[in-house]
Design a protein around this ligand. Structure first.
Ligand SMILES: [Zn+2]
Length: 237
């Protein structure tokens, strides 16, 4: 019994010493220079946390395609594929919705609820999934929007946009800055809005409704996310 207690005390002393050494090391480093952040992970998490936000839902269908496909359903399908792929990379994922539902009664309240969730969970990155529409039906191609005032948001958008161009070389769109979209403006963590394609373009609307193409889109988004999380700039701040 006494011997056992002795071992426990010795172990406790050893652990204490290790902590002291680490603390001493940190203090020493701080003495020379401001300690540099080595990870984008906040709140002491040991895994990356990404929030996926499938736009619209419930009463709010979002854009309706020329083929009758509703944006909210495509958003959710692509988002669930992204979630699955990120989990395979051992990234933690939170979804703003996993069902065909809105987070509040009105569209404005819904956006507020989504933004509140983003600010509460403080993920490393938020990717909001949407589909585009335009009066000119010849316009097509995925495009990622970032918050103009956030270098991190811009970097994430650039990486996802580059991955989109790999799956569709005809897509010549560039990531675009925006300072007025509610979610971009009100979210305190890096956030991008991914418009996966145009539901107003018949060819693209058909592709976006196709499971295989949704998977390709999801893979491109995840490629960009992983590059963002693991890249040098992604690890700062
Ligand atoms: Zn939308």
């Amino acid at each position: 019994m006494l011997k056992k207690a002795g071992i426990i005390v010795a172990a406790a002393v050893l652990i204490g010493l290790i902590f002291l050494c680490q603390a001493g090391g940190t203090l020493l480093k701080k003495g020379f220079a401001e300690e540099k952040e080595t990870s984008s992970r906040v709140d002491g998490r040991d895994t990356y946390l990404v929030m996926i936000d499938p736009g619209h839902g419930g009463l709010d269908a979002g854009k309706v395609g020329v083929n009758g496909e509703e944006e909210k359903n495509i958003n959710l399908k692509i988002s669930l594929k992204i979630k699955k792929l990120l989990k395979q990379q051992e990234v933690e994922v939170i979804m703003t919705r996993t069902e065909d539902e809105r987070l509040a009664e009105s569209q404005v309240e819904d956006l507020k609820a989504r933004t509140a969730l983003m600010n509460k969970e403080k993920p490393d990155l938020v990717v909001s999934i949407h589909q585009n529409s335009y009066h000119d039906e010849t316009v097509s191609g995925a495009q990622v929007f970032y918050y103009t005032d956030s270098a991190q948001s811009e970097r994430a958008a650039g990486l996802i946009q580059a991955a989109f161009e790999e799956i569709d070389p005809e897509n010549t769109k560039s990531a675009k800055g925006n300072s007025t979209y509610y979610i971009l403006k009100k979210t305190e963590v890096p956030v991008v809005i991914t418009e996966c394609g145009f539901l107003s373009n018949y060819k693209e609307a058909e592709k976006l409704a196709d499971e295989e193409y949704q998977q390709k889109i999801a893979e491109a988004v995840v490629k960009g996310i992983m590059q963002y999380l693991e890249g040098d700039e992604g690890k700062q701040n």
